[in-house]
Ligand binder design. Structure first.
Ligand SMILES: Nc1ncnc2c1ncn2[C@@H]1O[C@H](COP(=O)(O)OP(=O)(O)OP(=O)(O)O)[C@@H](O)[C@H]1O
Ligand SMILES: [Mg+2]
Length: 329
């Protein structure tokens, strides 16, 4: 019986989502094959061995549960056969945790340091997508020095403005005028000095799950997100509960195949391992596919997009967890 350590929480904006993903894994892990323990990381980077009821993870109150502080995280991690990190966003998905585990030879689920770091930084991933000829919407990157008129000359309105390192649509806004653009840049700057500006396109949003199984890549048919707001902003993602996901989609088979092929290329060329969700836009008027981004630790509750896409490929959530752990071993 292999002993698995599930790590959740962290200091990113996606802390609560991580707790829910971890709870789902703990509830569904095949206990005839694996035993498990859990570690929670607080928003200020304290590590605790979590020993209480899983229900507190759902409620976001795990810190009130029974727990033991971990003084030496690396020594603690080394006691396990494999770590399943399920921290989304900063410090969990950006290669830092992965780097630490690689350095100390601790086997872990999912992408290694390099692909995690590339996937997290929207500028660097865009450079990678360009270099392997995967289409993207027109974009530019600005840092401390920029000329607002130059942006307007280069990208047409409407635009969408994003912090380069972020998540959950936090700090992202749409701009239709120069004034709105200035406001949107100020908003994005709260989260990162580096800002991505893209042409805002009216499109369908499609997400594809890639999974390594028996050294082969399984690529799911895409699922569609129908956002309840003008775009899939924070409110549409987590608050108003009116967004819909559609699996499978009604897309023509050529489009489905093209998206799957692109997802596989991106997974391979970014040297991903285990799993990743690759997100696309489809402009049905122009019949064009654009990549949006790659997520190396996608939302992972039993009803999240990634597990649901894999389930649609006839791999149950429990089987998916087993495959990911066995890959890492
Ligand atoms: N160029 C674009 N045109 C139209 N809508 C866009 C464009 N880029 C992003 N969006 C909308 O904004 C949402 C959030 O953008 P994006 O996925 O890049 O950031 P994020 O969700 O914060 O990143 P992460 O998924 O890593 O948390 C998308 O799901 C989509 O609805
Ligand atoms: Mg996204």
């Amino acid at each position: 019986m292999k002993n698995v350590l599930i790590i959740f929480g962290g200091n990113s904006s996606e802390h609560d989502v991580s707790c829910k993903s971890a709870k789902s894994i703990a509830e569904n892990i095949d206990q005839s094959l694996f035993s498990y323990e859990m570690v929670g990381i607080t928003r200020d980077n304290q590590w605790y061995q979590y020993q209480d009821d899983l229900k507190y993870l759902e409620k976001g109150t795990w810190l009130e549960g029974k727990k033991i502080e971990i003084i030496h995280p690396i020594n603690f991690l080394k006691q396990f056969d494999v770590v399943f990190p399920i921290i989304h966003g900063t410090n969990g998905e950006d290669g830092k945790l992965q780097g630490m585990m690689e350095l100390f030879n601790i086997p872990f689920v999912g992408c290694k340091t390099l692909s995690s770091a590339i996937g997290m930084d929207k500028e660097i991933s865009k450079i990678m997508f360009d270099s392997i000829n995967i289409s993207q919407v027109p974009y530019l990157v600005i840092d401390e020095d920029f000329e607002i008129n130059e942006i307007i000359q280069k990208i047409e309105f409407p635009m969408i403005i994003k912090p380069a390192n972020g998540g959950s649509s936090i700090g992202i806004s749409k701009a239709e005028t120069k004034e709105e653009l200035e406001q949107a840049i100020l908003e994005a700057k709260k989260y990162d000095h580096k800002i991505i500006i893209e042409k805002f396109i009216h499109c369908r949003e499609l997400e594809c799950a890639v999974l390594e199984k028996d050294q082969q890549l399984i690529c799911s048919s895409p699922g569609e997100v129908i956002a309840s707001n003008e775009f899939y902003d924070y409110d549409a993602k987590y608050i108003n509960q009116k967004s819909i996901t559609k699996i499978p989609t009604d897309l023509p088979i050529e489009i489905v195949d093209k998206i799957k092929e692109n997802a596989k290329i991106v997974f391979k060329r970014l040297q991903c391992r285990g799993y990743a969700r690759v997100d696309f836009f489809y402009d049905s008027k122009e019949q064009k596919i654009y990549i949006n981004e790659i997520n190396t630790i996608p939302g992972f509750t039993s009803i999240s997009m990634y597990p649901t896409l894999i389930e649609n490929e006839h791999i149950s959530y429990q089987e998916l967890i087993t495959i990911l752990i066995e890959n890492a071993l």
